[in-house]
Ligand binder design. Structure first.
Ligand code: HEM
Length: 492
């Protein structure tokens, strides 16, 4: 990426101030007035332009993941997986691809503290030779709900109360009391992992199931996982209060400072795969985003490494205007029928068109670095210079043709129209196993966080009982402990 290429030629070469249209400005200190103390003249064009520009400096913040930090670097293949995918950027060990990564918190505003209990976004844009690939993941490997229909309500419940603008546990616990599939996600969010120490010391995951396809057209379901080479570290409550109190941008600063000091953060990329022909072999649905794939039967396979070795030059251009979309994939990587992923395929480019405008993919940080061509043109803020006379397809005057066909999943789709939940819900097994895998002190902190949340005076007896029933179904002793501390009789 060469940001200088996109600089207006006059921007930094001029020895004196100019207007946006390049005319010299002879006084950038005082407004043009009638006499020394008179009213300002509207004809002070430079003043009007300066103020008007300032008035429009902010664009809408992301509806979720508004708070974030980004950095650039490269992805390098370390292990050959060309038998699984024809993706060009994964073609052989040693191949490097430039990337930009954006880490984020989810719920609160652009300037909110980075020490809040919240999932973290981990979004990677690979600028490959075959177009961009956006792997838009989180730090936890599962998600709260499995159908995109629930996403806006879920976000509303997690966001501040629309009346008080305060995030309130009773609203969260009310909403999720209807969704036992969220239990697994809560074993991450209410665990010590709920507040990562910073962005360098956390894992990442593609979360949704994607598909890898090789040249012969053979498809494999795949999950992507990032593991930091410097280990995972978290903040406990007291530490988080201290760190966040001293600097509400501590994670952004940590990332920036560590790259500036040459201490480049690095993650290893692993995949897990399932042959779609075997998808019925498990007690969970591999396309259910509330489930992890057990590593003992579906081992992590190493693929490559991600190194962040360059700070961004400009926060607005390379963070605020950075736009990800899970629909942006390359040949050799495809979606799966994971319902949540299917909704995400629509949502992101839709929000970008609202947040950044219809030509957001022309912005330097979002544009592919390979050659690209189509007739989707014009619209607001189109700044691509074009001089061709044929802007339709097909044409005998324009030699550009369809690209070579690349493989997509070969499975035959059939079925009647339905709105339904997945068959194998299995909501309680994995959360229970996860809880039991922890040492007693970690279990105790998890229980304390739940007692705390369920003690919100606006949480009703009914909601409290539902949660105790859910946790009892995940782990009997966990349910009993919560019931006794909250003075509620478990009723399964
Ligand atoms: C149907 C479910 C989902 C919907 C509708 C949805 C929608 C959105 C929207 C509208 C944004 C704001 C994008 C922007 O303005 O740039 C966003 C950001 C984001 N979402 Fe989702 N999301 C969903 C599920 C998920 C899941 C499961 C993950 C994790 C795998 C995830 C990870 C992210 C990340 C990391 C960002 C921030 C990207 C950035 O740094 O710019 N989302 N999501």
């Amino acid at each position: 990426m060469d940001p200088y290429k996109y600089r207006p030629s006059s921007a930094f070469d001029s020895p004196f101030w100019t207007t946006n249209s390049g005319a010299p400005v002879w006084n950038n200190n005082s407004s043009l007035t009638v006499g020394s103390r008179g009213p300002i003249l509207l004809e002070d064009y430079h003043l009007v332009e300066k103020i008007a520009n300032f008035d429009r400096e902010r664009i809408p913040e992301r509806v979720v993941h508004a708070r974030g930090a980004s950095a650039k670097g490269f992805f390098e293949v370390t292990h050959d997986i060309s038998q699984l995918t024809c993706a060009d950027f994964l073609r052989a060990p040693g191949v490097q691809t430039p990337v930009i990564v954006r880490f984020s918190t989810v719920i609160h505003e652009r300037g909110s503290p980075e020490t809040l209990r919240d999932p973290r976004g981990f979004a990677v844009k690979f600028y490959t030779r075959e177009g961009n690939f956006d792997l838009v993941g989180n730090n936890f490997p599962v998600f709260f709900v499995r159908d995109g229909m629930k996403f806006p309500d879920m976000v509303h419940a997690l966001k501040p109360n629309p009346k008080s603008h305060i995030q309130e546990p009773w609203r969260i616990l009310d909403f999720f009391s209807h969704h036992p599939e969220s239990l697994h996600m809560f074993t991450f969010l209410f665990d010590d992992l709920g507040v990562p120490q910073d962005y360098r010391h956390m894992e990442g995951s593609g979360v949704n199931t994607y598909t890898l396809i090789n040249k012969a057209g053979k498809a494999q379901y795949v999950k992507f996982h990032w593991k930091p080479t410097c280990g995972v570290k978290c903040l406990l409550e007291d530490e988080a209060i201290k760190v966040g109190g001293a600097n509400h941008s501590h994670a952004t600063k940590d990332l920036y400072d560590s790259i500036a000091a040459g201490n480049y953060p690095e993650w290893k990329l692993y995949i897990q795969t399932i042959d779609p022909d075997h998808e019925d072999r498990f007690d969970f649905d591999p396309l259910d985003v509330t489930k992890t794939w057990p590593e003992d039967i579906l081992p992590l396979q190493p693929v490559g490494r991600l190194v962040l070795n360059k700070n961004i030059d400009n926060f607005f251009a390379e963070n605020e205007q950075l736009a990800f979309c899970p629909a942006i994939v390359v040949p050799g990587v495809y979606y799966s029928d994971d319902k949540l992923l299917q909704t995400r395929i629509f949502s992101y480019s839709d929000t970008q068109r609202h947040r950044l405008g219809p030509n957001y993919l022309q912005l330097p940080v979002n544009a592919p670095k390979c050659s690209h061509h189509n007739n989707h043109h014009e619209g607001f803020m189109n700044f691509m210079h074009r001089d061709e006379e044929v802007n339709y397809f097909p044409s005998r005057y324009d030699p550009v043709r369809n690209a070579e066909r690349f493989p997509i999943p070969p499975n035959i789709l059939s079925g009647k129209r339905e709105k339904c939940i997945i068959e194998k819900e299995n909501n309680f097994k994995q959360p229970g196993e996860r809880y039991r895998s922890w040492a007693p002190d970690r279990q105790e902190r998890f229980i304390c966080r739940w007692v705390d949340a369920l003690s919100d005076p606006r949480v009703t007896h009914e909601i409290r009982s539902i949660w105790i029933s859910y946790w009892s179904q995940a782990d009997k002793s966990l349910g009993q402990k919560l019931a006794s501390r909250l003075n509620v009789r478990p009723s399964i």
